[in-house]
Design a protein. Sequence first.
Length: 304
Amino acid sequence: MTSPAPVTVRVPAKVNVQLAVGGARPDGFHDLANVFLAVGLYDEVTVSPADSLSLTCTGPGGALVPEVPLDRTNLAARAAIALAERHGLGEPKVRIHIAKDIPVAGGMAGGSADAAGALVACDALWGTGASRAELLDICAELGSDVPFSLVGGAALGTGRGEKLQLLDVGGEFWWVFAVADGGLSTPAVYGEFDRLSPDAPPEPVASPALLDALRTGDVHALAATVTNDLQPAALSLFPSLKSTLDAGTSAGALAALVSGSGPTTAFLAADEAGARRVAQALIASGTCRTARVASSPAPGATLI
Ligand code: C5P
């Protein structure tokens, strides 16, 4: 019998164009109104039959990516284990390789993307035929951002971010992402948000003006409405991000904000040429490690 051929799935990064955060819940999570937009920076997850579960990861040009754990704690490995368990397959016998291009530990959901990619890839490799609903269910168990990595495009996430309502996007938006030197822990940023919030924050709601800007593809309206309630907490823990935000604004970005829980910062530009100018200026400013240009929306997890 011949082994099935390897399966590769491409998965996008995301930016949160609105991240409205409510008070801490009894389970430790926060209720959100989280408007996700998938952006065209991708990881590729390849799975192939093997004697046991193993994981490898390389960055651009085959470089090692020391920040990515290669054990069973990696969300991609956990996705394979969860799918195998649900389908009575026991310990997954699969080699998972992640070709990483999404900035690591940055608030761009790279780990979540790898989980969604591994799930879709293993489903195809093993012929488990899981329904979309079942895949989304497993994604939600793995992490609050994982369901969005599966669906891509644009969506409003409520609950802790895992309950998705797909959104229409009427145009292409160009972004620059400044990659910081160092990382930020998501739980630490939410903890700092709680510390900085004197009273119970209001119930998070999606901004009608922002949803309208996405629907009509109006970049200036989008720039006027992007918000991130985690930004003060991220800046409090990582104060030098302020100079990155200022450098992007001085270079002509229409909007500048922390991406998710950071420390990656996101800059909205009027068009591709504008984005390339802002990226060059950010790199020249010395306020970030590197800057990447990407357009949105981007498709979700896709077999290639
Ligand atoms: O769901 P995920 O594993 O990505 O969440 C990581 C951490 O981020 C949680 O343990 C929690 O501290 C924080 N979080 C939160 N509220 C959310 C999502 C994440 O407090 N809605």
